[in-house]
Design a protein. Structure first.
Length: 278
């Protein structure tokens, strides 16, 4: 695998919300100069907060920020992104930046077309644990993106956590359905486990601690242990024991089929949203 660049060129963030803030903070911790980071954000409190916390330049003028950078990070809401890109198209054609999008449901072809064509675009799908540097991001690069630009995009997203390259963009909706929406699935499981624990008589604080630490520990075993989820599940399941009884109840309720249906529904909705934004 190619080694990412040690230093990033000037970067403009078009949109200064939570994910942009996480990336800005990670880049500065990684050695980027605040002077090389420029954020355009229409909401004054967000602009002021970014300037105060990180010392980066802020503005409410997208073109003013983009003009200073070789990399543009599109971090606006998907429903306004077309207008943002079309307004920036003349500048994009003049500068030929690397464009990295963290907007859900917008394809690289849509972005390229809105920016006038021939633009290197990397479409990404981070998830909310990226705010803690503990997320994972799926990335897809269009044909105009050079290998060095792929490395640059990966280096930019590294503060958010792990990265996975997807070579078929149609699978980005599956990435969204798996990891983009995935934290909510875990939170839903945590809610249900805590409610069940309380129904069995545990106090709310005790139930929450037991559930949170169980999920955190199990995730750590999956990540660091090098063993599959199947192996770990089998190891903790003693014949005719309490865990087997619980897993049989899950199976009787159609747990695996329900998860598959949920992920599929999220993928289909992602494709619908992409079409609606065109």
């Amino acid at each position: 695998m190619r080694q990412p660049p040690a230093a990033l060129p000037p970067v403009a963030f078009i949109g200064g919300g939570n994910m942009a803030r996480a990336l800005v903070g990670g880049m500065i911790r990684g050695g980027s100069s605040p002077d090389d980071l420029h954020v355009s954000e229409p909401y004054a409190p967000h602009r002021d907060g970014l300037a105060a916390e990180f010392g980066v330049g802020t503005t409410d003028d997208n073109a003013a920020a983009a003009a200073k950078a070789a990399v543009w990070v599109l971090a606006t809401k998907p429903q306004v992104l077309r207008g943002v890109c079309e307004a920036l198209a003349p500048l994009a054609q003049a500068q030929r930046p690397l464009v990295v999008s963290i907007a859900a449901g917008i394809t690289s072809a849509q972005l390229d077309r809105w920016l006038g064509g021939g633009i290197a675009v990397v479409r990404t799908m981070p998830n909310t644990p990226a705010l803690l540097g503990a997320g994972v991001t799926g990335l897809f690069a269009n044909a105009a993106t050079a290998p060095a630009q792929r490395d640059l995009a990966e280096a930019l997203l590294r503060p958010a956590g792990g990265t996975v390259w997807i070579e078929d963009e149609s699978l980005m909706d599956a990435v969204t359905a798996t990891s983009g929406s995935g934290p909510a699935y875990v939170f839903l499981l945590a809610e249900a486990m805590q409610a069940a624990a309380q129904a069995e008589g545990l106090a709310p604080d005790a139930a929450r601690t037991l559930v949170v630490e169980t999920i955190a520990g199990a995730a750590r075993m999956l990540k660091e242990g090098g063993e599959t989820a199947t192996t770990l599940r089998q190891r903790v399941t003693s014949p005719n024991g309490t865990t087997q009884a619980a897993l049989e109840a899950f199976a009787a309720g159609g747990f695996a089929a329900l998860v598959a249906a949920a992920v599929h529904a999220a993928r289909i909705r992602g494709a619908e949203l992409s079409a609606a934004n065109d």
